[in-house]
Design a protein around this ligand. Structure first.
Ligand code: ADP
Ligand code: ZN
Length: 364
């Protein structure tokens, strides 16, 4: 079991702990009682996770509250909207939630974002405990306090920065995760290796086979390392004004690919291709050496992650999507590029023609 503390400022009430292990959940009940953040807790989850883990969780928390309430909404990104948030809030009221209550977000990124959003707004804010059950949520979305729901015009357009009271990362959840969801998380782990940590990069390269077989010890090691990196970056830049933007490596083109595919492409798949694109751009602009670029591209392939843009996605639509992004962010498309492995930087001056060339190359 690994424990680390996210220290946001000197005020004790805004710092929180991340507990990581193969049986992290066994400790959750006791730690909630010790934490004393709420008198009663309510579990917010989705239909899949509830079917898989509802009864185990109820048992796990029976010492905290033998009648703990579970609210489950239909699984899927389509649920991540304000209507679901209102329904959850209404159900909470129906179950008797009040200002002394706390929420437990049990699930992937969708549950974490939505439950976090409800927690940060219901009765002007309740404490929230995150129990991420996907690899992506464990290494990324559960840490850092971003909460959100989608609007028809785009993802995550309504939300808050609101830090959880505690994050329990139990690796045993990963045993039931579908392969595509698992690959999604691996892409974000690789991102940390590329932008921050050469030893993680090497560990991924040397342990790729065992990781893909979901070897728990390897997973514990790379998840812990990823959380440590995310935690350190969030501590330095809670509201994404500076270094936190490096976490968007691979996400500029990634977001465009997701949108153009009508969100048929999963986030991690799009980010993986986006990382290949950002690597090529860095090389073509003479920031990154050829051998270093090749080592990134080869690790993407070794991990079985996608690196080619599907033919059916039109290059024009991808470029148009980047131009929309540009309007939103002050007339520049900001790419996170690499000077070398572990040294990312923000570049707002990538020529559009070069982006078009790299997009074509990746379609080849
Ligand atoms: P993320 O945003 O973290 O990728 P989502 O919240 O969209 O994840 O969840 C992806 C899918 O995986 C959802 O259908 C969810 O119900 C399901 N899921 C979440 N955790 C698990 C798990 N441990 N085992 C199996 N399925 C899971
Ligand atoms: Zn991401």
């Amino acid at each position: 079991m690994n424990r680390m503390k996210v220290d946001l400022d000197r005020r004790h009430d805004r710092s929180y702990e991340i507990v990581i292990g193969q049986d992290a959940l066994d400790r959750a009940g006791i730690m909630l009682t010790q934490g004393g953040w709420a008198r009663r807790y309510f579990i917010i989850t989705d239909s899949h996770v509830s079917a898989l883990y509802g009864s185990r969780i109820r048992e796990q928390f029976s010492a905290v509250d033998p009648n703990i309430g579970i609210i489950a909404f239909p699984a899927g990104e389509e649920s991540k909207n304000i209507h679901t948030a209102i329904r959850v809030a209404e159900e909470l009221l129906g179950l008797g939630a009040d200002r002394e209550s706390g929420l437990i977000a049990l699930g992937g990124g969708v549950v974490g974002d939505l439950a976090g959003f409800v927690a940060s707004t219901f009765m002007r804010g309740l404490p929230c405990i995150q129990i991420p059950t996907t690899l992506l949520a464990q290494v990324d979305s559960s840490i850092g306090g971003k909460t959100a729901v989608d609007l028809p015009m785009g993802k995550n357009l309504v939300g808050t920065f609101s830090q959880p009271k505690m994050v329990f990362i139990d690796l045993s959840f990963l045993e039931t995760l579908p392969p595509r969801e698992f690959a999604n998380g691996l892409a974000e782990i690789l991102k940390y290796g590329i932008i921050d940590d050469l030893s993680l990069f090497q560990e991924l390269r040397d342990g790729a086979g065992r990781l893909q077989q979901r070897d728990m010890e390897r997973l514990e090691s790379v998840v812990t390392c990823s959380c440590r990196i995310k935690k350190r970056i969030v501590e330095m830049d809670e509201n994404e004004k500076g270094v936190r933007r490096f976490l968007n490596f691979g996400h500029t083109i990634g977001h465009a690919l997701e949108a153009v595919s009508g969100y048929a492409m999963a986030h991690g798949e799009a980010v993986s291709i986006g990382m290949a694109a950002a690597t090529r751009l860095s090389e073509r602009m003479n920031y990154l050496s050829g051998p270093e670029a090749e080592s990134v591209l080869s690790l993407i392939r070794t991990l079985g992650l996608p690196h080619r843009i599907p033919q059916e996605l039109s290059s024009d639509s991808i470029l148009a999507c980047l131009r929309v992004d540009k309007k939103r962010s002050g007339d520049r498309v900001n790419f996170i590029l690499l000077k070398s492995l572990g040294v990312p930087f923000v570049n707002g001056g990538v020529p559009q023609a070069l982006v078009a060339e790299v997009v074509e190359e990746l379609k080849g």
